[in-house]
Write a protein that binds this ligand. Structure first.
Ligand SMILES: Cc1cc2nc3c(=O)[nH]c(=O)nc-3n(C[C@H](O)[C@H](O)[C@H](O)COP(=O)(O)O)c2cc1C
Length: 424
């Protein structure tokens, strides 16, 4: 058995089946996933049950099949929520044009879309449809949206279609889908044993009890880093500022909405972690004297003096070597990206810095995609295209894990780890 194939042993996988003529191939998929050692649950849209019976899936999996978004399991648990939480991965195969649209729009009116929407597990989607439907701009836009969510959307294959025509739209072969799921898990343990702390989101610096100075950071990049690290086996602490995205499950969350609170949390957490990723947009300045009472409107205006906030990452950079984690900073620069990023890397004693341009025609802040360059002391290390943030996170972890292991080989790390606070 290959290492990839072993990756499925004991994994909880939900297969979501929708109303395509290719639904019968989901039976083969389920059989292959089960043979590879996965525990498979099947959910079906009502339309899917017109093509294949739930009984066929139940016979293959020896487990009940969820067909009703309003259903409860025998213990009165909401069936789709139970499955959404238990799943290590969700494979939607075949995915109809209609289901792609529902998933992209966040519509939840069947068991499959409900499970995908409620879950934070990894999602693989294998579309199947007529070539005209697949190439329609609406479908292509939906696919891009789903990829932006971090879902792996497999390309359909070219061949003869149910319509009698030949073209693109055939469901990927079950073996291709299984291989994609195996690859997902094969790399999933490579951060096991590492404790990582990640900051995400923006900060709010109070002016008075109701007003603040903030920034537009959404937290998406930091959260993508946290999800990827969690999925690859790391123990993750997320220090979250103000975020427009839901923090992932399965990580230890600390809330820190001001720069001062973030500093306190980071300084406390840093010695107990192997790697610190500072992805949060921490305010550089805060009002010198925030008012305890709401400031009244005044026709003469308001002078606000700002004072610099502590430079958190520089402080961690100065920690003694035995407690200082491997340090990765983020830099959003509007000018001289390389000079500013590498200057920051040197001045603050960072191991790596992830730089992205802001203020141009493309705005990375709040976007689902980004284009970044990673710099080390020797200069630029990457030349990546624009990618969804989750894919950037995966690539960053490949690079960070590689550097971390090279710079801090196992014997030192083992000794450091042994003296650290226990995993929380
Ligand atoms: C015989 C037949 C085959 C179909 N095959 C497909 C297909 O392969 N892909 C697709 O997107 N829709 C296909 N449809 C249309 C879907 O079944 C229809 O859009 C349905 O509403 C999908 O519901 P669901 O996405 O909730 O499963 C087919 C319909 C029929 C009658």
């Amino acid at each position: 058995m290959t290492e990839d194939a072993r990756a499925l042993t004991g994994r909880r996988i939900v297969v979501g089946v929708s109303g395509s003529i290719a639904a019968y191939k989901a039976l083969i998929l389920v059989r292959e996933l089960t043979s590879a050692g996965a525990v498979v649950d099947v959910a079906m849209t009502p339309a899917a049950t017109a093509f294949v019976t739930p009984l066929s899936f139940a016979a293959l999996t020896h487990r009940p099949v969820v067909t009703d978004v309003l259903g409860l399991d025998p213990d009165s648990q909401i069936a789709h929520v139970e499955l959404a939480e238990a799943a290590d991965a969700i494979v939607v195969a075949p995915a109809t044009a209609n289901l792609l649209a529902e998933l992209a729009a966040g519509l939840v009116d069947d068991a499959v879309s409900a499970i995908v929407c409620a879950s934070r597990a990894r999602v693989v989607i294998a579309p199947a449809m007529d070539a005209g439907m697949w190439t329609h701009p609406a479908t292509q836009r939906n696919v891009e949206t789903l990829r932006g969510f971090g879902y792996l959307v497999l390309e359909p294959e070219v061949g003869s279609l149910a319509s009698g025509l030949t073209g693109i739209g055939r469901l990927a072969e079950p073996a291709t889908i299984v291989a994609a799921v195996e690859r997902l898990f094969a790399r999933s343990g490579d951060l096991e044993g590492l404790r990582v702390v990640i900051t995400a989101g923006g900060t709010r610096e109070p002016i008075d009890p109701v007003r603040f100075i903030g920034n537009r950071s959404s937290g998406k990049m930091g959260v993508a880093m946290a999800e990827a690290a969690r999925d690859r086996g790391a123990a993750v602490t997320l220090i979250g500022g103000t975020m427009s995205v839901t923090p992932p499950r399965g990580v230890t969350l600390t809330e820190a909405t001001t720069a001062a609170a973030m500093r306190e949390s980071v300084i406390r957490a840093a010695p107990a972690h192997d790697i610190l990723i500072m992805a949060a947009a921490v305010a550089d300045f805060a009002p010198a004297r925030p008012s305890g009472r709401k400031i009244k409107r005044d026709a003469s205006g308001l002078d606000l003096r700002l004072v610099p906030n502590p430079d958190i990452i520089a402080e961690v950079g100065e920690m003694p070597a035995d407690i200082r984690p491997f340090l990765v900073g983020f830099a959003a620069e509007s000018d001289d990206l390389e000079a500013n990023a590498t200057g920051k890397l040197r001045d603050k004693g960072l191991d790596l810095i992830v730089a992205n341009q802001v203020g141009g025609p493309f705005d990375a802040i709040g976007s689902d995609d980004n284009t970044v360059t990673v710099f080390g002391v020797e200069g630029a290390l990457t030349d990546w295209p624009m990618l969804p943030k989750r894919q950037i996170a995966e690539r960053l972890w490949d690079l960070i894990a590689d550097r971390y292991r090279r710079d801090d080989p196992a014997p030192t790390r083992g000794r450091k780890a042994a003296t650290r606070a226990p995993r929380r």
